[in-house]
Design a protein around this ligand. Structure first.
Ligand code: N2P
Length: 371
């Protein structure tokens, strides 16, 4: 008679394997590294350094400047990143495609700091707020060098600010002082679609052709496609009109002021409205350091840390209690913190399916190449 059943050793082995597979990443000690992929010009000067100091986690920080670039990486997989910052409408496609990891909310106690209205908006892309939490938000709008634009058009600004870029009569006059556009179909098309009276994220392919036809008429006057470098060009005076993001344009205004170069840069809040974006923190499904990513998310959601972002890059955030740490001149800036009346004119983003995305990209490439 043997003391152990015949298959005892196998049973032990199976048990050991199943215990290992039950272990959460929290139990397995995680290497003290965090790989972040965020938009350029989108963080405070000490945000990363303070996190590293506090946690001993070494952060590797890379930048992108369009949702298309981030999305392509996530779709290809094995990005090596632990934390990424997609806009909410892109995160929807990503989480539905299994590219993101659900959050362990027990590890993010600072979720309590988030604005319930913003979370409701994000919930339209991420039911139950399971995958994404806010980074910052704003609008895709126009930035101008006030004096150069007024001089070039020889009169007052048009009633509809979008005429400056989408109406040949204005754009042709502004070419000489430099016009830039974001290098992204997902930013230019919604604005162009609204201008031609179509839904910004229409599901009807014919609508996109109408916007493309309009864009063709102003193509000769666009001197640069840029989603990050335009900040310094606006600040330095080599551009007088940019289709860009409100915070970036405010960064340009601040840099011009600091340089005392006389360029008066203003982010417009068009009376005819603009499209909103909500950028969010998310963890790729195959992230190697999800534990550290959760720690970083929780850190960012502290009011004083969140305020440091807004103070530096001039975008609104999702943590109302950060208000007391926001600098007075930023808090007073109505192009960052829009009035309720202005905000009501702004249009929330929507996700578009693969077919429409492909069509938009094709039309955008045609537009850029000027064919
Ligand atoms: C950062 C711009 C990010 C805003 N430079 C667009 N989602």
């Amino acid at each position: 008679m043997t003391l152990f059943p015949r298959n005892f050793h196998r049973a032990v082995a199976v048990l050991a394997v199943s215990i290992t597979s039950l272990m959460s990443p929290a139990q397995a000690a995680e290497e003290k590294v965090l790989n972040i992929y965020n938009w350029s010009d989108y963080i405070g000067p000490d945000t990363v350094a303070n996190f590293e100091k506090e946690t001993g986690i070494k952060v590797r920080y890379d930048n992108f400047d369009t949702n298309e670039i981030l999305h392509a990486k996530l779709v290809a997989g094995k990005t090596g990143y632990d934390l990424v910052v997609p806009s909410s409408n892109w995160a929807k496609i990503q989480l539905e495609g299994g590219l993101l990891m659900p959050l362990d909310k027990s590890k993010i106690p600072n979720l309590k700091n988030l604005d319930p209205n913003l979370m409701k908006q994000l919930g339209s892309m991420d039911p139950g707020n399971a995958y994404i939490t806010p980074w910052l938000w704003g609008i895709t709008t126009l930035g101008i060098n006030v004096d150069k634009v007024k001089a070039a058009i020889g009169g007052p600004l048009p009633e509809n600010a979008w005429d400056l870029i989408f109406k040949p009569e204005y754009a042709s006059k502004l070419k000489s002082c430099g016009i830039s556009m974001l290098d992204s179909a997902d930013e230019v098309f919604p604005a162009a679609m609204r201008y031609v009276g179509k839904p910004p994220y229409s599901k009807n392919s014919a609508d996109y052709q109408v916007a493309a036809d309009m864009l063709k008429t102003i193509r000769p006057y666009v001197t640069l496609f840029s989603s990050s470098g335009y900040i310094n060009d606006l600040a330095g005076g080599s551009l007088c009109l940019s289709l860009g993001w409100n915070g970036d344009i405010n960064i340009a205004a601040a840099r011009a002021k600091e340089a005392k170069n006389g360029n008066n840069i203003v982010s417009l809040v068009p009376s005819t409205g603009a499209v909103l974006f909500f950028d969010t923190m998310a963890i790729p499904a195959d992230a190697a350091h999800p534990e550290n990513a959760h720690k970083f998310i929780n850190y960012i959601l502290r009011p004083e840390v969140n305020a440091e972002l807004t103070n530096k890059v001039f975008y609104a955030n999702g943590v109302p209690s950060s208000a007391k740490f926001i600098k007075a001149e930023v808090a007073a800036n109505k192009t960052v913190f829009m009035t309720a009346e202005d905000l009501a004119k702004m249009v929330p983003p929507e996700a578009v399916n693969n077919d429409i995305r492909r069509l938009r990209t094709r039309l955008f490439t045609t537009f850029k190449t000027g064919r």
